[in-house]
Design a protein around this ligand. Sequence first.
Ligand SMILES: *[C@@H]1O[C@H](CO)[C@@H](O)[C@H](O)[C@H]1NC(C)=O
Ligand SMILES: *[C@@H]1O[C@H](CO)[C@@H](O)[C@H](O)[C@H]1NC(C)=O
Ligand SMILES: *[C@@H]1O[C@H](CO)[C@@H](O)[C@H](O)[C@H]1NC(C)=O
Ligand SMILES: *[C@@H]1O[C@H](CO)[C@@H](O)[C@H](O)[C@H]1NC(C)=O
Ligand SMILES: *[C@@H]1O[C@H](CO)[C@@H](O)[C@H](O)[C@H]1NC(C)=O
Ligand SMILES: [Ca+2]
Length: 524
Amino acid sequence: MLPLAAFLVHCFPLALGHYDICKSWVTSGDSPSWEYHACQPKPMFMKGYAMVKVEPPGITCGDPAEYFCTHENPYLCSDECDAANRDLAHPPRLMFDKEEDGLATYWQSVTWKRYPEPLIANITLSWNKSIELTDDIVVTFEYGRPTMMVLEKSLDHGKTWHPYQFYADDCMEAFGMMSNKIRELTTDNAKRVQCTEEYSRWAGSKKEKNVRFDVRERFAIFAGPDLRKMENLYMAMERVKGLKEFFTLTDLRIRLLRPALGGTYVQRDNLKKYFYAISNIEVIARCKCNLHASSCNFRDGSLQCECEHNTTGQDCGRCKKNFHTKFWRAGSYNPAPRGSPNSCTQAGTILDSCECLGHSNRCSYIEQLNVVTCVSCKHNTRGKHCEQCRLGYYRNVSVGLDDKNVCVECDCNQMGSWHDRCNETGYCECKSGTTGPKCDECLPGHHWIEGCKPNMCDEELLICQNGGTCHYGQKCICPPGFKGALCQHAKCDSNHRNCDSASNALVASALVLICTLMLSVVYI
Ligand SMILES: *[C@@H]1O[C@H](CO)[C@@H](O)[C@H](O)[C@H]1NC(C)=O
Ligand SMILES: *[C@@H]1O[C@H](CO)[C@@H](O)[C@H](O)[C@H]1NC(C)=O
Ligand SMILES: *[C@@H]1O[C@H](CO)[C@@H](O)[C@H](O)[C@H]1NC(C)=O
Ligand SMILES: *[C@@H]1O[C@H](CO)[C@@H](O)[C@H](O)[C@H]1NC(C)=O
Ligand SMILES: *[C@@H]1O[C@H](CO)[C@@H](O)[C@H](O)[C@H]1NC(C)=O
Ligand SMILES: [Ca+2]
């Protein structure tokens, strides 16, 4: 790998955190190519992209104009809210603006003049996009924090809502819940919805202004203090069911249920000091792109992931057309530190409807080949789509590829065949002398003795002599007095005159006789 590539691969993660890049240009090997990583867009200040709704109608102060006072100066009620006057108006957009010179600008509600009817307001932020929190949600209140409030979230664009956290100066009294400290959360209950009193107690309206939804504290449960081991958090997100989803949302709702009281009870004679005022709502999050995009842009009125890996959709939640719709999977943080892209790939010519033919419901991305392939194919199948038979099995062509019995065992005879594999029609590869589809039969001239052995004797060519009988083609059973493979030799003992040694001795003496005679002839 050239130094430049090394720089890209090794320095980006340091600068941006692991998983923030999608691909890097790698110049190793024959030809340069992109190397793909699990990837995610950088965190953004999300308040700039939210659509905001404040309910009920008429809850924003200034129409008609009214005076209000503060807890610090309860009887100096000279501050005015007037929607018609730019300098005195407190519209919702001031919760999301950029403040200059430390001068707080804020949305403000009407005062609690209808007490004891509750003073209730909903502030709903909608992104029309799934986002993943990466930092605390911080709501900044001027003139005191509410004594009762619920943070809710939606994962389905506002169709259904779930409480995210309850806030009260007295959790038991307000919601019938025990109060918990975020710091006390553990790996087991990191995604518990709880009530906290930390952000609702009266501490003077100027001192403690923020109400938090603690994301960092929850991250720290896994990533350690200072979030130094984000790796561990990401691994936990792959492992712990629902953990990723806990930090994911499309909408947020702040339900304001009771304003700051500045004391233990409501002073009926001065209701003008009770109201809500929010100067900022900070939501830091990244677009949820299922680890298929490294950037996310505001287009056509909403945030859009810039999908890679042949995926598409607002969240890169599906494969591009003709890219194996069913094979879509989110990218993964695993294996650390690079993760897997789980790309979509172009549909093969075979099998669009059912990629693994019902032999597996899992597929996986093989990085080296850049392909998605079925894994753990059952029913003795194998292959990218479980479309082939495992070694030692062959396809039964009379049934469909998706049939559970499509692969039939070769069942090769262990002793008659070279190995346990067979060809497409179920024929095994036979050792010499062996035949039959399963190599369990012998060719002519052979006999089965732990496999086919060439005959040592038979009824035609290799005939046992001297009255011997052929035993299973393998040996002549010789009558007494004969031996040899075909009983061709006479045995030599006292009872049998025709034995080899006797005849040999005869021949020898005959030769001696002949020689003697010949010599005699010569000398005569
Ligand atoms: C605020 O939202 C909740 C549900 O999240 C709903 O039940 C309630 O009616 C809303 N209140 C107002 C004033 O819109
Ligand atoms: C939400 O986003 C989708 C996808 O980008 C878009 O088609 C739709 O018009 C958006 N809806 C609103 C209300 O902005
Ligand atoms: C997208 O699909 C094409 C065609 O199958 C393939 O060549 C390419 O490598 C894919 N891209 C990624 C990032 O996997
Ligand atoms: C192939 O499948 C057919 C239909 O199910 C069945 O009758 C036949 O026995 C199978 N062949 C083998 C070799 O298993
Ligand atoms: C399988 O092997 C048998 C025996 O050698 C042969 O007759 C048959 O044609 C082969 N089938 C295929 C598809 O090769
Ligand atoms: Ca502001």
